[in-house]
Design a protein around this ligand. Sequence first.
Ligand code: FES
Length: 224
Amino acid sequence: MRTSSATVIEVRSDYLGQPGALLAIPEKLKPAPGQYVLACDDDCLLPHPLFSTAAAPQGFLVAPPIPAAWKAGTTLNLRGPLGRGFQLRENIRHLMLAALGNTVERILPLGISALKQEAAVTLFADPPLPSLPPEIEAYPTSLIPESLHWADFLIIDIPIERLPLWRQNFGISSDEPLPCAGQALVVSPMPCGGMAECGVCAIPFRRTWKTCCKDGPVFNLEDL
Ligand code: FES
């Protein structure tokens, strides 16, 4: 874990009008998919977790949303990369992506990587979608239960408040084994990033608790 300053090069709105940012950042701070960096401008009270949606030569493209006060030229103090990112199995043939929050941007790069390895990719999401590679088929999340049998690996992006109902959303009862392996990025406020053990990002985990900031934010689905 390292600290450094970074500069917002450009603020870009995504297809929903939510602002993301192109950040100039030292190579050593770049987060892998699912990892995050905590960012603070001069006026911030609580740091903001940033996830990458694409690499860029001088840094990375931050998945929206970002604080409205950030403009091109804003200087940020960063700490990271933090947390456990995605660790995808090799030889995935049928990858299902499911975005249960308000953006597909945090997990879409994994689908694009999987296409390069000649996997078939489907995306389930309810918000309007950005333009997708033609090979990615997209469906509403209501169709997840009937499509699960197709996948040999699942990647989910889920807000922390929806976590208790994730199995129900996927049509899997609590005592039923998962149809395939998978990982979930649990999206939560992470104000202390594990430094103060504030507990804001704690989730139930088997018979104990884990924190998204330190133990996640990516967890194996069978543990949730
Ligand atoms: S953000 Fe404080 S414990 Fe996770």
